[in-house]
Design a protein around this ligand. Structure first.
Ligand SMILES: NC(=O)c1ccc[n+]([C@@H]2O[C@H](COP(=O)([O-])OP(=O)(O)OC[C@H]3O[C@@H](n4cnc5c(N)ncnc54)[C@H](OP(=O)(O)O)[C@@H]3O)[C@@H](O)[C@H]2O)c1
Length: 229
């Protein structure tokens, strides 16, 4: 059996985040399943067998970042892997019509929340022998394949990819590896019923990035393969 890691996943009460937790727990890892809603989070954690514990983290509530930092520091003293999975979709409006308030709201959860939580947990990740940060991004934020519409969401994921690349460079002298990944078009509440990928497949690359011996650094991946930004 591979070495047991301590892994925190955000937005994990449903969808891809919940499946990532399920796969990691069944491989024997210690999972901190986080969600913004205490009841939904606890019930999701209880639905998984293995070493899973719930902690409340709301990506739009920076006070919760400090709370989880204190919790992990007290319980374990370090963190091996942070999976920034929580995310919201914007309306389908493009920049010709999207309202600034909506763009702000999406950026708060999909970007500023990720930056804030990552910064709060960085010192704990530095204490791991092989810290990893995995940002669940989207092909909808890839500049090489850009289209119109969904302005807030696209902007948030392009910016998340930039955060990944800059942070990986900032941490290049450390053992921490930082990557972005696209899960593909996955059948979840966000992906909708037209999506062709099962959630198990959507979670696969995140689980691999969290646990594989050798992984890239500062890259954007889909299906365990580096893709263009
Ligand atoms: N599904 C796809 O096709 C697809 C494709 C590309 C990328 N992605 C990305 O994959 C990630 C997971 O997507 P999904 O398909 O699993 O979406 P989902 O089914 O809509 O689930 C989203 C999760 O994020 C949580 N969340 C939203 N706002 C939050 C906040 N402020 N704080 C904490 N948690 C919050 C939700 O919690 P609540 O239940 O409380 O709302 C839910 O658990 C997202 O980052 C998404 O952008 C998905």
């Amino acid at each position: 059996m591979e070495e047991t890691k301590i892994i925190l996943v955000t937005g994990a009460n449903r969808g891809i985040g919940l499946e990532i937790c399920r796969q990691l727990a069944s491989a024997g890892h210690r999972v901190i399943l986080t969600a913004r809603d205490e009841e939904k989070g606890r019930s999701a954690a209880a639905s998984i067998s293995g070493q899973v514990q719930f902690f409340r983290v709301d990506m739009a509530d920076p006070a919760s970042f400090k709370d989880v930092q204190n919790y992990i520091a007290g319980q374990f003293g370090y963190l091996d892997v942070l999976i920034n999975n929580a995310g919201i979709m914007s309306s389908s409006l493009g920049f010709d019509q999207a309202v600034p308030d909506e763009i702000h709201r999406v950026m708060e959860t999909n970007l500023f929340g990720v930056i804030g939580l990552t910064q709060a947990l960085l010192a704990l990740l530095q204490k791991s022998s092989a810290g990893r940060i995995i940002n669940i991004s989207s092909g909808m934020g890839a500049l090489n394949d850009m289209a119109g519409g969904y302005a807030g969401y696209r902007l948030s994921k392009t910016a998340l990819n930039s955060f990944t690349a800059v942070l990986a460079a900032d941490l290049s002298a450390t053992k921490i590896r930082v990557n972005s990944m696209c899960p593909g078009w996955v059948k979840t509440d966000m992906g909708g019923s037209g999506a062709h990928r099962p959630v198990e497949k959507g979670a696969e690359t995140a689980v691999w990035l969290a646990t594989a011996g050798q992984i890239p650094n500062g890259k954007f991946l889909r299906d365990k393969t580096v893709i263009d930004w």
